[in-house]
Design a protein around this ligand. Structure first.
Ligand SMILES: NC(=O)c1ccc[n+]([C@@H]2O[C@H](COP(=O)([O-])OP(=O)(O)OC[C@H]3O[C@@H](n4cnc5c(N)ncnc54)[C@H](OP(=O)(O)O)[C@@H]3O)[C@@H](O)[C@H]2O)c1
Length: 412
């Protein structure tokens, strides 16, 4: 403790002498080797918050372009508030955004004190309000409230941020009750995507089937569980594992959360799949009417072939980086309806439905009816170095992971 006090003292003294100076000259870019990364964070003086963010100056391979940047945030006034992040996941879309291949672009800005514009990575997360100006107070926000992001592009891989009320959605005290930061920080994208895809394309009746690939993903696991709650049956396709024991364990995990059938992509593309499907669906008397696809390639075409006539096939991701190839007969003779879904656009068009969907999922979580997707908690303390954080982002690119990487913020 003594060393912590010693290391913060000179910085408090500097801020106390000249807060204006601090505003004009925020702490500049800190390379991972910079010494102040290893110091304890200074307690804010005159309401100035010191912050760190994983940022990029240009699009590219995340490990090459990401770096940890330190800056300070001036006290909030007017419609501003200062947020301290609690948990932020690493989603595939975040990686695509850094690579420059995601349709929603981040804001490149010099407002974090750099000569060249930089963007903060990350799109999803939960933060607490630690200070606020007069307008957010008038709108019912208060210190200690938890907020999630209102849309993509805010930049959530950071310890602190300055935000406006329109950037965030408040989780009411009742919504937050019994919910952990990781649960709140991962609720707004994947479970909402699964929820809307199961509800908004076709009305599935009790006992009817849907089929999905990427079943072990956050979206896939959410679809299994929501479907179960609503009386639907699911056929789930996973990537096979070289390690048979690991594959069996993964299948068991998905059965445990409510899957009715779990097969590998190789099993899906095997000779016997038609007979298996006939068995599951009582020779087609319980038809498969909806398919959810985040993979594409041959396995997605094979999945579409199991659909009943006039069914719906919803594509929401492209994990294999392969195109989606559809035989014309599926359109002409089977009249399968092909759709795309993007939760960001849906949320922008349906902001109230977004709030109620989040609230409903959190109710299920609270009631123990919706199990968390396995996560790898990545501790982000004030002292955590940029190289360590960037290495964790790099790990997410490897695939076949035990759980989704989530930054969990400690003493920042
Ligand atoms: N359109 C939307 O609004 C929307 C919203 C949310 C998510 N998404 C998309 O949904 C997908 C899943 O996202 P998430 O956050 O739920 O994922 P996640 O939890 O991070 O898991 C990634 C999943 O992708 C699978 N995967 C990775 N590489 C693959 C490959 N080459 N071929 C087949 N599968 C592969 C992994 O399979 P293993 O389990 O075998 O490792 C894992 O199940 C992504 O494509 C994401 O962009 C779209």
């Amino acid at each position: 403790m003594a060393s912590a006090s010693l290391s913060t003292a000179p910085r408090i003294a500097r801020a106390a002498r000249s807060p204006i100076q601090c505003l004009r000259k925020p702490l500049r870019h800190a390379a991972p080797t910079s010494t102040h990364l290893h110091q304890r964070r200074a307690i804010s003086a005159y309401g100035y918050e010191q912050a760190k963010a994983l940022t990029f100056q240009e699009y590219g391979d995340p490990p090459s372009v990401l770096s940890l940047h330190s800056h300070s945030i001036s006290p909030p006034h007017g419609d501003l508030m200062t947020l301290r992040f609690l948990a932020s996941p690493i989603n595939p879309a975040d990686i695509n955004q850094i690579q420059g291949v995601y349709p929603s672009k981040p804001t490149f800005t010099t407002s974090l004190g750099t000569a060249n514009p930089i963007a903060v990575a990350g799109n999803e997360g939960v933060a607490e309000i630690i200070a606020l100006g007069s307008k957010p107070k008038e709108q019912g926000f208060k210190k200690g409230d938890w907020v999630i992001m209102n849309g993509p592009g805010f930049g959530t891989w950071r310890t602190h941020a300055s935000a406006r009320t329109q950037d965030v959605v408040k989780l009411d005290d009742a919504m937050r009750e019994g919910i952990s930061p990781v649960q709140a920080g991962t609720v707004s994208i994947n479970p909402c995507t699964a929820y809307r895809m199961l509800r908004d394309f076709v009305h599935l009746k009790d006992g009817e089937f849907f089929i999905q690939n990427g079943a072990n993903s956050g979206v896939g696991r959410a679809a299994i569980q929501l479907g179960k709650q609503w009386g639907l049956r699911s056929i789930n396709i996973i990537r096979g594992r070289d390690d048979k024991a690991a594959e069996d364990k993964l299948k068991r995990d998905l059965y445990d959360i409510g899957a009715d059938v779990v097969i590998t992509d190789a099993e899906l593309q095997s000779q016997g799949i038609k007979d298996m499907a006939a068995e599951w669906t009582d020779k087609g008397r319980s038809p498969i009417k909806l398919a959810l696809n985040c993979v594409n390639g041959k396995a997605a075409t094979a999945m579409a072939k199991l659909l009943a006539s006039e069914s719906h096939f919803v594509t929401y991701g492209a994990m294999s980086k392969q195109p989606l190839t559809i035989p014309a007969s599926m359109l002409i003779f089977k009249d399968i309806h092909f759709h795309g879904f993007w939760v960001s656009r849906w949320a922008q068009r349906n902001p109230e439905d977004k709030k109620s969907t989040v609230a409903e999922v959190l109710d299920l979580v609270r009631a123990g009816k919706f199990k968390d997707t396995p996560v790898e908690r990545i501790a982000w303390e004030w002292e955590t170095g940029g190289e360590e954080l960037v290495a964790k982002v790099r790990d997410t690119l490897e695939g076949y992971r035990e759980g989704k990487g989530v930054f969990v913020f400690g003493k920042t």
